[in-house]
Write a protein that binds this ligand. Structure first.
Ligand code: MN
Length: 233
C-alpha cells in the first residue's frame, strides 16, 4: 500500500433520514429537460428536445441548512428543485424493470446553475461544466431509504423567501426514474454511492445573497439553504 503525497480529500457524503450513518457519494449524474413545462420555458419543443445528461463533481454536495456562497463568474444564479435518487448498488446495462432494485433511497436536491454561463455554452455548442459543476452547486437534504417506499408521484415545489416559484408533480417527468437509471447504465458503469438529479419543473429563476430557498417533494425532508455573500479570496 503506497502512501499519499498529501492527505486525501474528505469523502463527500449526504445525511440519511433516521440514521447517524451517512451516504458516501461516488458520482453525481444529472438529467436536464425532463419536465414538459420546463422544456417549453426554454422555448423548445418537448417532442424534439430529448432529455440530456450532465455531471457535477461529488464534492459539490452541500448539506441541508448550509449557507451557499453566491458563486463567482455569474450575474444570473438560478435554483432548480429536483427529486434525487441515491443508488445502493451498481450495474451496467440494467433493464428499466430491474432499476428500482438498485435504489438506496430518495432525497430533495437543488441543481444550482450559473444560467448566464449555460446560455453562452448552449449558443456556442460548448459543454455545461462551468454552468453546472461548480463548488456547492448540489445541496441535498437527507435521503429517505426505500424501506419507506419508492417515489413515483407527489408534489414537487420550491419557494424563494416564502413565495412559491416552482410547483409540479414528479409523476410528470418525461423519463421516469427507472428509465433514467437504465439509460445512464448504458453510458456508464453505475456504482453504489451514485446520486442522480432527475430534472426540474418550470419556474426557474435568479436568486441574490440573503435569499432563502426552500423546496420539497411530498414525503421527503424539506431542503432549506440561504444564499450567502460571495466567498472572498
Ligand atoms: Mn436540473
Amino acid at each position: 500500500m503506497s502512501a499519499y503525497v498529501f492527505p486525501p480529500p474528505a469523502q463527500p457524503s449526504v445525511a440519511v433520514a433516521g440514521s447517524d450513518a451517512r451516504f458516501p457519494v461516488h458520482r453525481i449524474y444529472c438529467i436536464g429537460l425532463n419536465y414538459v413545462d420546463h422544456v417549453r420555458e426554454f422555448g423548445r419543443d418537448p417532442e424534439r428536445a430529448p432529455p440530456v445528461f450532465f455531471m457535477k463533481p461529488a464534492d459539490a454536495v452541500t448539506d441541508n441548512g448550509a449557507a451557499v456562497p453566491y458563486p463567482p463568474a455569474t450575474h444570473n444564479f438560478h435554483y432548480e428543485i429536483e427529486l434525487v435518487v441515491a443508488l445502493a448498488r451498481g450495474a451496467r446495462e440494467v433493464a428499466a424493470q430491474d432499476a428500482p432494485g438498485l435504489v438506496f433511497g430518495y432525497a430533495v436536491g437543488n441543481d444550482l446553475t450559473r444560467r448566464d454561463l449555460q446560455s453562452a455554452a448552449k449558443e456556442r455548442g460548448e459543454p455545461w461544466d462551468t454552468s453546472k459543476g461548480f463548488d456547492c452547486s448540489a445541496p441535498v437534504a437527507a435521503i429517505r431509504p426505500v424501506s419507506a417506499g419508492h417515489i413515483t408521484r407527489g408534489r414537487i415545489w420550491l419557494s424563494v423567501n416564502g413565495t412559491l416559484r416552482q410547483e409540479s408533480d414528479v409523476s410528470r417527468m418525461i423519463w421516469g426514474v427507472p428509465q433514467i437509471i437504465a439509460a445512464l447504465s448504458r453510458l456508464y458503469e453505475l456504482r453504489a454511492g451514485d446520486l442522480i438529479f432527475t430534472g426540474t419543473p418550470s419556474g426557474i429563476g435568479a436568486v441574490q445573497p440573503g435569499d432563502v430557498l426552500e423546496g420539497g417533494v411530498e414525503g421527503l425532508e424539506v431542503l432549506r439553504n440561504t444564499i450567502a455573500p460571495p466567498a472572498r479570496a
